[in-house]
Design a protein around this ligand. Sequence first.
Ligand code: X8Z
Ligand code: ZN
Length: 613
Amino acid sequence: MFKIKTTLVAAMVGLSLSGCSQPEQNTSQSSSTSAEASSLTAADAKAFLEQAQNDIAKIQLPAAHAQWSYATNINVDTAAVSAYLGEQLSTKVAQLAKEAAKFNNVEVDADTRRKLDLLRNGLTLPPPSDPEKSERLAKIGSDLDGMYGAGEYCRDDNTCFSLVEMSSQMASSRDYDLLLEFWKGWREVAVPMKPLYEEQVALANEGAEELGFANVSELWRGKYDMPADDFPQELDRLWGQVEPFYEALHCHVRAKLGEHYGTDNVPQNKPIPAHLLGNMWAQTWGNVYDLVKPEQEMVVPDVTGALKAQGYDEIKMVKQAESFFSSLGFEKLPETFWERSQFQKPEGRDVQCHASAWDLDDKDDLRIKMCIQITGEEFNVIHHELGHNYYQRAYKDQPLLYRGSANDGFHEAIGDTIALSITPKYLKQIGLIDTIPDASNDIGMLMQVALDKIAFIPFGLMVDQWRWKVLSGEVTPENYNQVWWELREKYQGVMAPVPRPADAFDPGAKYHVPANVPYTRYFLAHILQFQFHQALCDIAGDEGPLNRCSIYGSEEAGKALNDMLEMGMSEPWQNALEKITGSPEMDASTIQAYFAPLKEWLDEQNQGRQCGW
Ligand code: X8Z
Ligand code: ZN
């Protein structure tokens, strides 16, 4: 819906828009008198929504362009314009959300009620109606974004490293001290974010209260077509389905890292030090495959090696990903996509390298913004981003309030679902590998996928467990960092490799915290993508094991997918899920089935090991 950092996607398109001013009136929910309200009709509600959508559309367009300019060229001028227009937009939406409350007691049809509800809970950081406060909120949002995007770590000799450079080292280096240096170094960018973040929480909570929410936590948890207080239990249920498998994977990985780095560096009864897992945040572990892989010879396609050997550049990687979607029957991306996207990190200016997908005009101005590296990991991210773009295009003809994903996890799951079809069979079809490895022993391939997808799941869960506590006031600023690490340990079994300084604000070193993009969506996406993959493989008529299934070339699967994408958020997500999978429930049993042989193998390896932390 409105590009206020609601659809992922554009983390950008909204985010910094979170502040605003220009409050015309402090219309809180009760702004209309009961006499006024009682004379309102269902037709009034429809007329109000029509007007509201037109008003939002008008501001949204320039705000999106300003945000793009800022994200692809961070400087004081682009910051000022982006914060200004972002504020205009979120103030307008907040004002309309308050007005929508006039219809609380008016009898309206289900479609109208849904739109009113979406209007009420669509903002991510609602601005208070006091103009000074809402301007301040907008400025903070934009400053935090910029601090992350322009962040770098400099050594005493003034050699500096960008996040892209350090991430590449985190992925490939096995030098304990260098990994620790970059791990600590990147976290220095977050220290000055903390006072701004605190202030942002307080301001947005004021805005949320004006909208009738207890706080921003309640607002965020309330976007899932079920009561806000039931949603965390739904997440616990899903996590419970995955947890035993995660623990088995953790146990094996810790044992192998202990063999490599020594058990004094990797104690076998404690959480794993967070800098040794091949990723700046220990959120995906695929880059340490070589350290933890099975001892027997396993053939696992080397996508990075193949891309490099065949001279793939950034554009060729994106074209290849586009052609997957084309094979499913999706129309090609527009010419402007190729002209306007940012594929590479430009020289000479700061940009937000964190990958994102944009829909500037709800017509055909689709773009991605990345700093693409030539690796298999980035090849997956490209599919992820294009999934957002094809989703945006599929729902563009819905009314504005329905232009979004069924729930935000769906948006994050589409491109990943396609990427699950990058199997050896597909890689051979497109000439990236010459031979398809024998299917008799897929443990290596399953391990590679699990290191990225299963390792991610508790991280995807813990980020908002932290934020919900912060946003609800349960955790106060003195404890921000400590609670962050308690949750890292509890869910991921990962620990800070060194005691953290008193001024550390380690959550701020993860993009989605300063950018204020809710994170539970990625947890959900990691469950949903396996359900989608299975459903589409069935439709495509693939009868082999799920990890060998590729829906490449199946227009039937493409049509089933598109039928769901087109719905946007016009119906509860349960209906969208049922449409494609036949069931309205999110369910991790597909994950259990996908990885069953690996689980068995891990359980054997772990015999005699002390698992847990
Ligand atoms: O932020 C992203 C995407 C853009 S929506 C690249 N992801 C999360 C992350 O990087 O932390 C994708 C998976 C998790
Ligand atoms: Zn995404």
